[in-house]
Ligand binder design. Sequence first.
Ligand code: PHE
Length: 329
Amino acid sequence: LADEAQARFTAAVDAAALEEARVAFLGAKAGKLRQSQKGLGKVPPADKPAAGKRFNEVKTLVEAAFEGAQARLTSGETSSGEAFDVTLPGKARRIGHLHPITQTIRSMKEIMGRLGFTAVEGPEIEDEWHNFEALNIPLVHPARDPLDNFYLGGENAAAEAASPLLLRSQTSTVQIRVMESTPPPVRIISLGRVYRPDTADATHYPMFHQIEGLLVDRGVTMADLKSVLRLFCQSYFGGDNEVHIRFRPSFFPFTEPSVEVDMNWQGGWMEMGGAGMVDPNVLRAVGYDPEEVTGFAFGLGVERVCMRQHGITDIRAIYQNDVRFLEQF
Ligand code: PHE
């Protein structure tokens, strides 16, 4: 009986078949063990101890065989009886990654670092000296209009305070901070947030990022500016294609001459930001001698570069934090 049970248990390929075999042998009412236990009653009294002992031995063997078969099935099979394929790939955990703007910033820092520019940071809350005054933007200049800037402390407080603070409207503030604290030569970039009270649309957002570049040394010219920007764009976008830079005459209070910077793109031109030769007034404001050194500065829109790189058509998508959008980068 024990051998027979062992064979049946071993042959069971799933939990249902094993249960059937268990009922056949170990079933409390009609199992084969129960049957032979009943048969013990008919054994002559003299033989009863030996027969009882033998019954218990067989019972132990059958139970052990069942437990063995059960262990074999549960280790290799799911409870539904389906085979468990240990070669299936595991469930991948969803992990996050860097925001597209962060990726753009990192790669810009890396490229400009190779060109010898050190990345520095400046505060996002600025005073009027660094955001305007030292940048040759006088008190009467329209760029200082309270409606075009995020002044802190409410309208009255801003008007009354001797030195009102504002969220910086450009990273050019960092030019001043660096030159104030370092003698020439300087060769820096600064990447960070700037704020302007624009209504958000496909191309505007009240907060965006700029990459500011500043190089001041003896004999720096506009040709240096153009070649640095060209090298930068070539490294960032170029691949196998040659990248061209175009300057259009423009005006900024802190550069003279000033230009708008365009980059060739898909048969046309893409505007990237502003640049120029650092105005002598700015050099004087930070204690540099414009007869000794000259410099160039540029300020490019980080979102713009990121959008063109990935074909993003609406700047608002970058800041909506929709994972379906962010997952793509
Ligand atoms: N600060 C200018 C802007 O915000 C860009 C700029 C930077 C222009 C440096 C010239 C030199 O538009």
